[in-house]
Design a protein around this ligand. Structure first.
Ligand SMILES: C[S@@+](CC[C@H](N)C(=O)[O-])C[C@H]1O[C@@H](n2cnc3c(N)ncnc32)[C@H](O)[C@@H]1O
Length: 244
């Protein structure tokens, strides 16, 4: 049986909590020392029911501290969908920021690993804290400029920093044949520059995409429509796969 660590309490409201504690909520006191396995039902002192679920990486990331703007789930998910990233991959994430993409990749690459470079000390420390909070052991955070990376034989390199296009030749050399380069930027101008550099190297499957996700309000009375205000633009991604 899986040892109970952090718990995602699902009920009238959701709480991410540590096992072995008691917490006060607007529904009464919840005694988590009684949770012996995930999936168990727990009741508050007023009788309100909660399920003690195992947190997913999405639950954990929702509580991580953000400093710079993150790569959102809809874009991170495209990286898995397009590249087929899988268990055992060696990944390099340049411009670690808040560590959201690093953590997302590390979760799916286990027992492979992710090395991330972040030049800002405060951001690098925050990435380390977020990785610890998500209980991942396969991440190395380097508080250094991305341009100085030394990793080789990589399955994937992801970039999210200004001027990343200037390093495309080095990215090509560090990838395994068949490895993927994924360059993220909110500005299309950076992708135009990246595509120019990518075209000089022996890459295949070169594509620049934007993923648009619209949530809909589904009303039982029949007034169903897209939610009026929501996040429209996050960023573009350029994908390229190394040939030989
Ligand atoms: C937009 S954030 C990245 C967000 C990250 N992808 C995430 O999901 O949390 C860009 C980060 O790149 C860092 N950065 C900018 N230039 C860099 C460089 N040359 N080397 C390393 N980090 C750099 C910035 O300090 C910033 O933290």
């Amino acid at each position: 049986m899986k040892k109970v660590g952090k718990i995602m309490l699902l009920g009238k409201r959701n709480f991410l909590v540590d096992s072995g504690k008691q917490i006060n909520t607007e529904f009464g006191l919840i005694d988590l020392t009684k949770v012996k396995k995930y999936g168990q039902v727990v009741r508050t002192t007023t009788g309100e029911k909660f399920i003690a679920a195992e947190p997913t990486i999405k639950d954990l990331l929702s509580k991580c501290k953000r400093i710079p703007q993150i790569v959102t789930a809809k874009d991170a998910a495209q990286i898995l969908a397009v590249t087929g990233l899988q268990a055992g991959w060696n990944c390099l994430d340049l411009g670690g920021g808040s560590g959201f993409l690093t953590i997302f990749l590390a979760n799916y690459a286990q027992p492979g690993s992710v090395v991330t470079y972040e030049k800002d000390k405060k951001n690098a420390e925050n990435i380390g804290n977020n990785v610890k909070f998500c209980d991942l052991k396969n991440v190395t955070v380097k508080n250094k400029p991305a341009e100085k990376f030394t990793e080789k034989d990589l399955d994937i390199i992801t970039t999210d920093y200004v001027n990343a296009e200037k390093n495309v030749k080095k990215f090509f050399a560090a990838l395994k044949p068949g490895g993927w380069l994924v360059m993220y930027s909110p500005q299309i101008e950076q992708h135009q520059k990246s595509r120019k550099e990518i075209n000089k190297m022996n890459f295949d499957y070169v594509k620049t995409i934007e993923t648009v996700q619209r949530e809909w309000k589904v009303d039982p009375r029949g007034f169903t429509h897209p939610i009026h205000t929501q996040l429209v633009h996050t960023g573009f991604m350029t994908f390229a796969r190394k040939k030989m």
